[in-house]
Design a protein around this ligand. Sequence first.
Ligand code: S3P
Length: 180
Amino acid sequence: MKKQGNIYLIGFMGVGKTTVSKYLRELTGWEEVDTDKVIVRKKNMGIPEIFEKYGENYFRNLESHILEDYAKKGQRIVSCGGGIILRENNRRLMKKSGTVILLSATSQTIYENVKDGKDRPLLNGNMNPDYIGQMMQERQPYYEKAKDIEIVTDEKAPKDVAFEIIERLQIPMAGKEEEA
Ligand code: S3P
């Protein structure tokens, strides 16, 4: 079988990329990569600490390097940090090396999902629906440019979102999970 391109999951913080990615891994048997987790592992530091010590630009450079590495590999589920779409080069690289799935939800849903977390430095001190809504609006043009397919997740279970992605991309399911 011809090796397929990556599946890139993009979308705002807290939209459910990590959970959908886990189901996609189970259903396809593909390797799963989470750009944030790779950064934390490589630097042996938490994301808030990296932002605090080295700044956002440094973090974005690490993110872009990881993307470059995995864009070359193919047949991976790449769960991306919410800000990966900010750089034009990242957007171009994702489009070229796979299918980019935008997961979206309302700012209220996002707020409910992120409000108790402490590991998102960009929301520090601004953990409220208005701020989140404003940030989502600012980023919307970049998400639009980056996406191939959009799935609105508010009313959907993450597993159903994963099934929908597999169906739309016509990716064969791994045998053992077929009856899941
Ligand atoms: C960020 C999203 C985070 C993480 C970092 C910056 C962003 O990832 O990469 O805190 O700019 O939207 P998640 O989308 O997985 O929360």
